[in-house]
Design a protein around this ligand. Sequence first.
Ligand code: 5AD
Length: 450
Amino acid sequence: MSLLSGNPQASVGQPGQSATPSKGLYLESYGCQMNLADSEIILGSLAAHGYEPVETAAQADVVLLNTCAIREHAEQRVAQRVRQLIAERRDGRRMRIGLAGCMAQHHREKLLDEIPGLDFVVGPDGYRRLGQLLEAGEAVADVRLDQHETYADIAPRRGEGVRAWLTIMRGCNRLCTFCVVPFVRGRERSLPPEVLIEDLENIVAQGYKEVVMLGQTVNAYSYGDVDFAQLLERAAEVDGIERIRYTSPHPADMSERTIETLARTPKVSPYVHLPLQSGSDRMLSAMERGHDVDQYRRLLAKLRDAVPAIAVSTDIIVGYPGETDEDFEATSAFMEEMNFDHAFLFKYSAREGTRAFKLEETLSEDEKGARLQRLIAEQEARAARINQELLGSVTEVLVESKAKKQEGWLAGKNPQFKTVVFDPRTAAIGELVKVRIEAAGSHTLRGRQV
Ligand code: 5AD
């Protein structure tokens, strides 16, 4: 029997089998896609304890925020939100409010003192025990990291839509100096390929069209003798899956084999998010990224050679301690040279527990802000210019929703993961349709179904 179908937790919560009446669970997710996927594991795990998702916090027996710790701002937002939820709690102690995920792991039981009224704290490796934790009468924390925990036997409860998340590995072994992830998510571990392929078959059977393989360093996937390239290949053989994406790969883990597989596997979308962080060798070395600027340049050239239609996005941190004007200019120039389709740009945020935390910051918030604004403006212009070149061309869109602004129009992503808003002829949500691009901005393409 497979691990997934053998999962006792997956069936206990089925209608008619639950001994206790259902309890309401209200869940908000913050941060990365991995957290969205973890929230689906939480829902799957708690279904076995009689919890069903509800739409508002007011209806809930348990309120859970699945949190992010990547930058201070992410934590401040959650701290504010949870205080607000605690203040709005009208029924005394009955409703339990807790924090899950990376911020929970980062601050651990301290949070119970710092946020009066908070009932529980659970880290990314504690979700299996969450049902029991919720039965505790007093305020509790479960922040034990477990380097073997993969939740391979817990069926996630996925949300609606055309896109399904599939966590293929957890944790990170890279230890970049600025990054809190290894400390809050622990070391790398991959899920068995049979479990993943079976889950992918479920994903198709449930009607999803696109799968996004997730991992903190997704291309470091390794289980027995199956590496990331082989997993992609096996996934592409699953009947009925239209598109396969993955995020986020680490440049230093991008093998030749993976690149070859990308080149000859059309179901894998021609899109890669390849975090760069800085275009200065001095900074890359200080951050211990494991590659220099020229290695990144050559990697991208290879990827573009292998997959000519590929779109590339990146992550950049400005204002890492010691970043000079020269370093910053190098980043700006290298971003232009790499001609990124999109970039996620961040001000450096010192995170307790990381090696960079001990370094003195050399730039003020205003100086970091000014650098950030400049890169944003340059990237907007670059993306608009790249997208303008698509005018008149026809692209394939996986339709995922109604357009937000235009009555009667639909929206979706093209293979390059660009948002396309279009005037439909016959299209419906969940279909792949051809759209001719008639207008292009820095973030959105607009057109008409052909
Ligand atoms: N400060 C700012 N940005 C950070 N990131 C990770 N850690 C930090 C930090 N301490 C960014 C990196 C990473 C993305 C997910 O978040 O760019 O790729």
